[in-house]
Write a protein that binds this ligand. Sequence first.
Ligand SMILES: [Zn+2]
Length: 106
Amino acid sequence: MAEFRLEIGSETDCQTCGAAIPLSSATRPGCATQAPHRLTFEEFFIELEQGRMLDARPGGLVIGRPGLDDDIPMYRHFGKGIFEVVGLMQGGEFIVSKSATEKHRA
Ligand SMILES: [Zn+2]
């Protein structure tokens, strides 16, 4: 029987300068700015399983308050079992799936 093993990384790369950002670091060592919020595979799926996070890939209306104080983070899988925030949304905005975008682009 095959064994399932997930190797979780310990750092991500800065999207600005490319320098490694250890998961334990709150700042980007290369840029001296705040590091993006990151979750490990386990932390991410606990959030998903407990309903505090949704898979938005099917698209749809974002439910939530529209103010700047209530930003809704969007995560992407960085790789190596680490998810990082790549943007913020607000209630009232709309996510369009890849298939709907392709169908209605014109
Ligand atoms: Zn950097």
